[in-house]
Write a protein that binds this ligand. Structure first.
Ligand SMILES: Nc1nc2c(c(=O)[nH]1)N[C@H]1C(S)=C(S)[C@@H](COP(=O)(O)O)O[C@H]1N2
Ligand SMILES: [Mo]
Length: 360
């Protein structure tokens, strides 16, 4: 231990360089993680970047811990800010470890949370603790810190991070783990279910949990700029003749490939006679208020699903009707849809609504 930390201290760039590199890398790892996880940007490249930057962060933290370990282990040298710093170190290590464990094919669920969900939670928790730590410890960089030597060492660390990421991918595939571009694994690997067809988990993004819907009472409102129309369940079934094999990919880290049947949303607009009017977005609204909008071209081609694998869509999976939006993350596949609206504007409040829906 003593020898390792001496070696690390010799290899390390100057303290402030390490600290500012850590800050930059944490910003990068949080940004790539969030963008990939929410599906904001296509995840394939982002998840790779997230892994590489995360492993680079692990290397930087070794330098940092070697530098501060003596000060932290000696209780006499603690000050008021030390507990926050120690907590930050623990949470950051836990976030890195859970991410690496998931990426290598591991999963130890904690209650309803997969290791990926735990990883996301810990990663987000790093942000406020880091801000507290910075409030007490931030030192502005000095000119003398910048050097070719430091730049080379940081570059070397990034290369090492990239190699480590490739190795971890190879290790995961040797273990037979399949990980999608989104970072998700097939349901069969996490639960006692099949990956293609068959049962798959019933999930809510946060707290949505409506009572089962009486199909004889339920109507679907299809609204456009020029007016709206109500469609009964029977009428909707009469329109349903389309099918789509599509992957439902939940942010908690699983995906399943299913055969969905229902109405193409474009056909729904034609049948309801509400198309046009300069609309550019389509908003899908659940009986709970939960909602998501898709650009109109994408929406026309999406499916309002009433059945899965030849059987009526069960309540848990969003019956009477749910959005099937191929290529979108699971949380955007609105369940229990009761209103489909053509709109001119996007709907930024949807991000908040999906998080709060279900809390009364
Ligand atoms: N109205 C509503 N739709 C919703 C959700 C929700 O909480 N409320 N959860 C979403 C999430 S996070 C996922 S992964 C899928 C889950 O679909 P499933 O329960 O059929 O597996 O539904 C999505 N649709
Ligand atoms: Mo989800």
């Amino acid at each position: 231990m003593g020898r390792l930390s001496r070696l690390l201290r010799r290899l390390a760039p100057p303290p402030r360089v390490v600290d500012w590199a850590i800050l930059a890398v944490v910003a990068g790892v949080v940004a790539t993680g969030l963008l990939a996880w929410t599906g904001w940007l296509p995840p394939a490249l982002l998840v790779d970047l997230h892994g590489i930057v995360g492993l680079t962060l692990a290397g930087l933290l070794l330098f940092k811990f070697a530098r501060v370990s003596r000060r932290v282990l000696d209780r006499d040298r603690w000050d008021r800010a030390t507990p926050v710093s120690v907590l930050l170190g623990v949470v950051a290590v836990a976030a890195l470890a859970s991410g690496a464990f998931w990426g290598l094919g591991g999963n130890v669920p904690v209650g309803p949370w997969t290791t990926l969900a735990v990883h996301v939670g810990l990663g987000l928790l790093v942000v406020p603790i880091l801000l507290l730590h910075l409030r007490a410890r931030l030192r502005l960089p000095a000119r003398t810190d910048a050097s070719r030597r430091s730049a080379l060492r940081l570059g070397g660390l990034l290369v090492a991070g990239t190699i480590a990421w490739r190795l971890s991918e190879a290790a995961a595939s040797l273990r037979g783990t399949t990980i999608a571009d989104t970072g998700s694994k097939p349901t069969g690997e996490l639960y006692d279910t099949d990956t293609e067809g068959g049962a798959f988990p019933v999930t809510s993004w946060v707290a949505d949990d409506p009572e089962p819907i009486d199909r004889s009472d339920w109507t679907l409102t299809v609204a456009g700029p020029a007016g709206e129309r109500e469609i009964t369940y029977g009428e909707l079934l009469g329109l349903a003749g389309d099918g789509r094999r599509a992957t439902l990919d939940c942010t908690s880290g699983w995906y399943t490939v299913q055969d969905w049947e229902g109405v193409r949303v474009g056909a729904l607009f034609e049948a309801a006679g509400v198309d046009g009017g300069g609309a550019r977005w389509v908003r899908f609204v659940s009986v709970t208020g939960y909602r998501w909008s898709l650009p109109i071209e994408e929406a026309r081609d999406a499916l309002l699903s009433t059945a899965i694998d030849g059987s009526r869509l069960p309540h848990g999976h969003g019956g009477p009707a749910r959005l099937v939006a191929p290529g979108r993350r699971g949380f955007q596949w609105v369940k229990w849809v009761e209103r489909v609206e053509l709109r001119r504007e996007p709907d930024p409040a949807q991000w908040l609504v999906t998080l709060l829906s279900g809390f009364d």
